[in-house]
Design a protein around this ligand. Structure first.
Ligand code: DX5
Ligand code: ZN
Length: 214
């Protein structure tokens, strides 16, 4: 499994230090959570902060846009050098078009589903996707309790991807920790995002290695 620590739980007064720590760790991607206070009831950070983090990051960036009209930001996310751009299906009226825009900009296309959003929302586009990300919590905050239905949803997504011959990775965001990570692995997850589990640990690097070696 790939591990993508979320910088949402980092120390914002020491972002360079935390990015350097992740560079040294066994993690695979850096997960950057952008919130606009409209799509989700919180505001996190935007492009100036991500540009600063990107200057030090030596791991691929996985940018998760929790904003309305994410298509407005495809070029700016690409300019960060991001590997993956994740947009919410609920935020895109023309989801197919946004996916093509992300790929045309040279990035991998990810579509994220809120806990209540059914898998059929992405059924017609999964062949075009590099990542399908399932929220394990309602987006907006770190440190929330994992919604258990996400396990069954992950299993059903694995079946859908097989049926459609899609090679998309299954990424899970929210509520990932030592207890839920093995269950998610068994359900078919490929990428686990972890914020509070990593940055709340006594030693974040050890926690990343623990999750990675499950
Ligand atoms: C939630 C964000 C997550 C968040 C996860 O809206 O998208 O990436 O950082 O935090 P934890 O791992 O603490 O649930
Ligand atoms: Zn996220």
């Amino acid at each position: 499994m790939l591990i993508a620590p979320s910088l949402l739980s980092a120390d914002f007064a020491n972002l360079q230090r935390d990015v350097e720590m992740l560079n040294q760790s066994a993690c695979d991607w850096l997960h950057l959570d952008v919130m606009d206070g409209v799509f989700v009831p919180n505001i996190s950070f935007g492009f100036p902060v991500m540009e600063a983090m990107a200057r030090y990051a030596r791991k691929p960036l996985d940018v998760h846009l929790m904003v309305v009209q994410p298509e407005k930001f495809v070029e700016r996310v690409a300019a960060l050098g991001a590997k993956v751009m994740n947009v919410h299906a609920e935020a895109c009226t023309h989801l197919h078009r946004v996916i093509q825009q992300i790929k045309a900009a040279g990035m991998q296309a990810g579509v994220t589903l809120n806990p209540h959003t059914p898998l059929c929302t992405v059924e017609e586009v999964v062949e075009d996707l590099d990542v399908v990300m399932l929220m394990g919590v309602n987006p907006g905050f770190g440190g929330q309790r994992f919604i258990v239905n996400t396990l069954d949803k992950t299993r059903r997504l694995r079946e859908l991807l097989a049926k459609k011959n899609s090679r998309a990775l299954i990424e899970i965001d929210g509520g990932v920790n030592r207890e839920t990570a093995p269950l998610l692995r068994d359900a078919g997850a490929d990428v686990l995002v972890a914020g509070s589990a990593v940055f709340g640990a006594a030693c974040p690097e050890d926690e990343i290695a623990y999750l990675k070696n499950l």
